[in-house]
Design a protein around this ligand. Structure first.
Ligand code: MG
Length: 455
């Protein structure tokens, strides 16, 4: 029935609803998760997808069949549910979401009692229970209970306000446009912003799991509407979330959309000014901008493999207080070491209020880099061999091989060559002080990689 022994990808279990992810399979996954947790209370919630209530009921039946109690939190952003785990001292959470995937998808994220998604080792234990048919069904009188958990959004909004200067933000009367992707991004951030004294204009804020407004991936090309609304209403800031509102991408007051590295660099710069020598955790795919900020403000940069769970797990292990990703994930440890779109929005406003500067001005103070991308087709079977050969070729350049190959050069240019996890290609990302140099790097390493594939 199952062709591989893998359920979890980089961010939980994902699949097309009623094809790869059916009610039957979801109930069985729920029972495997419940068996792994043994007993205790797990929070369950879901995002705005049409299949959310259906799959939530399925996963809930599996969990209570295994003897776990379910605290049903309803529809909520992923970081709200993660915060609720800590707040209510639950043993974990199961979140029915496919994050930024298109509407036909749904998925399951499993969170431990610290609010962080499970480590790969923990996921393997659940996969073993699932595939080896080791699910444990409770006796009829030991079946778990279900009760509702209201008010988690109020608690989450209150918690975020503890970490910013609410009075300083309130006197500025900022006007913020929120693009909620027709999903749970509309449930917490508009409320938070109003409580911070902001005027809020929302777009795509009606809950609709068909995602009629835009695709739930907050890439600049999907945010044209946000950009024009920010300009039209003369707002100070625009923010767009992904489908489960853990990632946030910002527009400055001119409507220009900025990719996550830049806003993360701003948050890191501000953080290091008051937390000298602290660690900043970020995947190897992040811009050299983060390295520049860490060097300039005496931070210790820790590179990780690509993936938000790796960033969270590394933060936990090293007791680091700040992490970030180029795709708009900001992990503010004082609140919770997971990416959190509403917390990131509050941090950006806090920075604007503290400095009295517009977002475009703050961003213009960062070093400027030009980015060029490329891709080289490569069958799955050759990826590992090609990567090894290339690593050997560039050994003298002191590569970082934590995830693919990353090279930094003395002229501040850099390149990452990384096998795609989902397609038979290598991806190349170069950055440099001129676009010509970045393009040159992509061409040079495309040739080198092709050579490695033909030997
Ligand atoms: Mg997400």
């Amino acid at each position: 029935m199952f062709t591989s022994r893998r359920l979890f990808g980089t961010n939980g279990i994902r699949g097309i609803v009623n094809r790869e992810l059916t009610c039957e399979k979801t109930a069985k996954i729920g029972c495997a998760i419940g068996t792994y947790f043994k007993k205790g209370s797990l929070i369950v919630g879901y995002d705005a997808r049409t299949s959310g209530p259906m799959l939530t009921d399925a996963v809930t039946s599996g969990l209570i069949a295994a003897g776990c109690n379910v605290l049903h939190a309803g529809m909520a952003p992923t970081p709200t549910l993660q915060y609720a785990v800590k707040k209510h001292q639950a043993d974990g959470a199961v979140i029915v979401t496919a994050s930024h995937n298109p509407p036909e998808y749904n998925g399951i994220k499993v969170v431990w009692n610290d609010g962080i998604e499970l480590s790969r080792e923990q996921e393997i234990e659940i996969e073993n229970i699932f595939f080896d048919e080791k699910t444990r069904y409770a006796d009829w009188d030991k079946i778990g209970s279900v009760r509702s958990l209201p008010s988690i959004i109020d608690e989450y909004v209150d918690a975020i306000k503890q970490h910013v200067d609410t009075a300083k933000i309130a006197v500025k009367h900022y006007h913020v446009v929120v693009d909620a992707a027709n999903s749970v991004g509309s449930l917490a951030t508009p409320r938070l912003l109003r409580e911070l004294g902001c005027k809020v204009t929302t777009i795509n804020a009606n809950i609709d799991g068909t995602f009629p407004g835009r695709l739930p991936e907050p890439r600049p090309e999907n945010l044209v509407e946000l950009s024009s609304v920010v300009r039209a209403v003369k707002a100070d800031l625009g923010v767009a979330f992904d489908g489960d509102a853990d990632r946030s991408v910002f527009a400055d007051e001119t409507g220009e959309i900025h990719w996550g590295d830049k806003t993360f660099a701003l948050v890191a710069k501000d953080f290091l000014q008051t937390h000298k020598g602290e660690k900043i955790v970020t995947p190897i795919s992040s811009s050299t901008l983060i390295k520049d900020v860490a060097d300039a403000f005496h931070g210790e940069l820790v590179w990780t493999r690509v993936g938000s769970v790796t960033v969270s797990q590394t933060m936990k292990k090293l007791k680091a207080k700040l992490g970030g990703e180029e795709n708009g994930g900001i992990f503010y440890g004082a609140h919770q070491p997971v990416r959190d779109g509403a917390m990131a929005t509050a941090l950006i406003l806090n920075l604007m209020a503290k400095t009295g500067k517009k977002l475009s001005t703050l961003l213009s103070e960062l070093p400027k880099y030009y980015i060029e991308k490329g891709k080289v087709p490569c069958p799955e079977s050759l990826k590992e061999k090609a990567l090894k050969r290339l690593a050997e070729d560039v050994k003298h350049l002191n590569p970082n091989t934590i995830d693919g190959i990353k090279l930094w050069f003395t002229d501040k240019s850099a390149i990452l060559i990384r096998p795609s996890g989902t397609e038979p290609v290598f991806r190349l990302y170069a950055e440099a002080k001129t676009s010509k140099k970045a393009a040159k790097l992509v061409n040079e390493y495309t040739s080198k990689l092709k050579k490695c594939l033909t030997i």
